[in-house]
Ligand binder design. Structure first.
Ligand code: HEM
Ligand code: HEM
Length: 287
């Protein structure tokens, strides 16, 4: 049963790439081949680029495609029946978005320079590249996420850390102040998630709980009798907390990777739309 759920989860995640037997990959490929043929076989005597008949055709097709691709943001938020219609949208989004590389590049006739036209082109490539990173993230990461999630859900992980903190507080009661300070370090200064880069880079070296464990070791080595027993219990609890933190942070890391590319994809979409308007307006003003 659990295996079946896993399999279904994975199938729907990967589904948009294979949707309807790669229908949109085929459409995108035919589009690219047709457009390239038209470019190669156009009248050789005319200059190439956005100003030719084919250039206008490709520019208009590219601009319409970009507006439609940007509308996925609206479509995602519209609640409709059935997951599959959204899946078809995402599938078309990915393959027609990739076809835009060919359409956009041939529209320019390979004329690039330091101007608003090339700015629009550069932003288009940035949106497309970040989208490709997103597809890679969707295709590879949710599997890891669900494996990790199978052991404990996010809420359960946080609850475990909280209950370990309570146990630590209890266990530390008999300790003298100087030793209790070490426990306080773990209780009060441990950050579970940290900043965005910390989550992406998995850099938790400055973890307060880790520092507390290190500080406890010499104290534990010198302790005897009742105090040694209390310190051993504190040490064990802090190590359990380190395990719980590691597990929670693994999930936090994956979630950060899964969302990170959208921080590039969405803002550069808005910048692209603005640059595109500037490009089209300036082209018609020069006329
Ligand atoms: C309705 C849509 C569009 C129209 C009417 C249009 C029109 C034009 C025209 C007339 C040119 C020739 C300008 C010249 O030779 O001085 C041109 C060039 C160019 N277009 Fe577009 N375009 C459109 C869409 C796009 C799109 C979607 C992109 C890419 C994001 C783009 C990027 C460029 C670039 C990089 C050039 C080359 C500029 C140069 O020659 O220095 N255009 N466009
Ligand atoms: C100029 C071209 C493109 C534009 C303007 C564009 C724009 C967008 C926008 C506005 C969203 C919605 C994001 C949100 O609201 O959460 C989106 C989502 C997405 N885009 Fe693009 N995109 C483009 C090309 C691509 C390409 C080429 C790929 C893949 C190779 C891609 C992959 C994705 C994916 C995977 C999503 C998320 C879909 C989901 O959440 O289910 N995009 N894109």
């Amino acid at each position: 049963m659990a295996g079946q759920t896993q399999r279904r989860k994975r199938a729907t995640h990967e589904g948009f790439l294979r949707h309807r037997g790669f229908l949109f990959l085929k459409i995108g490929t035919v589009l690219c081949v047709g457009v390239t043929a038209a470019y190669l076989f156009q009248d050789q005597r005319l200059p190439r680029g956005g100003g030719t008949l084919l250039g206008y055709g490709l520019g208009t097709a590219g601009a319409l495609l970009i507006v439609w691709l940007a509308l996925l943001g609206v479509r995602k938020r519209a609640v409709t029946n059935g997951y599959y219609s959204l899946k078809a949208w995402v599938s078309a989004h990915v393959y027609l978005g990739l076809a835009l590389i060919v359409i956009g590049t041939l529209h320019t006739g390979f004329h690039f320079g330091w101007n608003v036209h090339t700015l629009a082109y550069g932003l288009m490539m940035l949106v497309i590249t970040s989208g490709a990173v997103g597809v890679w993230a969707y295709a590879t990461l949710p599997k890891t996420l669900s494996d990790n999630r199978a052991e404990a859900t996010r809420k359960q992980m946080l609850a475990r850390i909280r209950s370990l903190d309570e146990a630590l507080l209890d266990a530390a009661q008999p300790l003298p102040r100087i030793d209790a300070e070490i426990v306080r370090l773990s209780l009060e200064k441990t950050e579970i998630a940290g900043g965005y880069w910390q989550r992406v880079m998995q850099n938790w070296d400055n973890c307060a709980n880790k520092a507390a464990i290190a500080q406890l070791q010499p104290v534990l080595a010198g302790a005897t009798g009742q105090q040694a027993a209390v310190l051993r219990r504190v040490d064990a609890l802090m190590r359990d907390k380190a395990d719980a933190l590691a597990q929670a942070r693994k999930q936090i890391h994956i979630t950060a990777l899964l969302e990170g590319w959208l921080f590039v994809h969405v803002p550069s979409t808005f910048a692209l739309l603005a640059a595109l308007v500037a490009h089209i307006v300036s082209v018609f003003l020069y006329w």
